[in-house]
Design a binder for this molecule. Structure first.
Ligand code: CA
Length: 235
């Protein structure tokens, strides 16, 4: 018998809840529903869903509070759904450990792709951040060789510098997921680096010149404006 992934939808707007539910059930997910934060937290602790889709604007509390509570004891994937267009909220949610965010209104295929990526990540065990990541990552013509510390595009060595390799390697490790500016800066330059996006932007511009045919229309590394960067899903 097939075991379905269990997804909890936390959303107080009935029409959006039903919309998401219909999409997920049609795609073979086992769906649970909560319309308040209190209800959500009780289902999360009693039934341990495989993934939570979390609306930030709930009647009894801010969805961020649930995210914080869950992250105290669990790494279960959480995708934040927000009607807010403020980048600040997305960045806060990601930095607090949300796996991804999606902004209303969103399409069916976008939602399903985000869910698949988040569940896949939760089942992949990554080595410690400083530990040697091994093997290769491939997405289209892009290959990251973690053993040789090399990145190839269409078979050619992209000649990345150390830091450029670290950045691309990190994005590849979390491919499909948005990594915030703050996260990337701390991972590459250490916790004492002042939170200054300029050095990151300069590195990313150089990386794009080396990896992308047309840096203005990237194929591999996408900009999430005001939030961070996202690597294309692997093949
Ligand atoms: Ca709401």
């Amino acid at each position: 018998m097939e075991i379905k992934d269990r997804v909890l939808i936390v959303e107080d707007d009935k029409s959006i809840r039903n919309f998401i539910r219909a999409i997920l059930e049609a795609n073979n997910y086992d769906v649970m529903i909560a319309s308040t934060g209190t209800e959500a937290y009780s289902i999360i602790t009693s039934r341990c869903p495989d993934l939570v889709i979390l609306d930030l604007g709930l009647p009894d509390m801010d969805g961020i509070r649930i995210l914080k509570q869950v992250r105290e004891w669990s790494g279960m994937p959480v995708i934040v759904v927000s009607a807010r267009t403020h980048e600040k909220d997305k960045v806060e949610a990601l930095d607090l450990g949300a796996d991804d965010y999606i902004t209303k209104p969103f399409g069916t295929s976008e939602l399903l792709a985000r869910i698949r990526t988040a569940i896949r990540h939760s089942r992949t065990s990554y080595p410690a951040p400083d530990g040697g990541l091994t093997g290769t990552f491939q997405a289209g013509g892009l290959v990251i060789d973690y053993d040789k510390h090399r990145v190839y595009v269409d078979g050619n060595d992209a000649n990345l510098t150390q830091n450029e390799f670290k950045l691309v390697g990190l994005l590849g490790k979390y491919a499909g997921k948005v990594l915030t500016y703050d996260f990337l800066i701390k991972e590459i330059w250490g916790p004492n680096m002042e939170n200054n996006n300029r050095i990151l932007r300069v590195n990313m511009a150089n990386i794009r010149r080396k990896l992308e045919k047309n840096p203005a229309q990237p194929r591999y590394i996408f900009t999430e404006v005001g939030v961070g960067y996202r690597m294309l899903d692997p093949d």
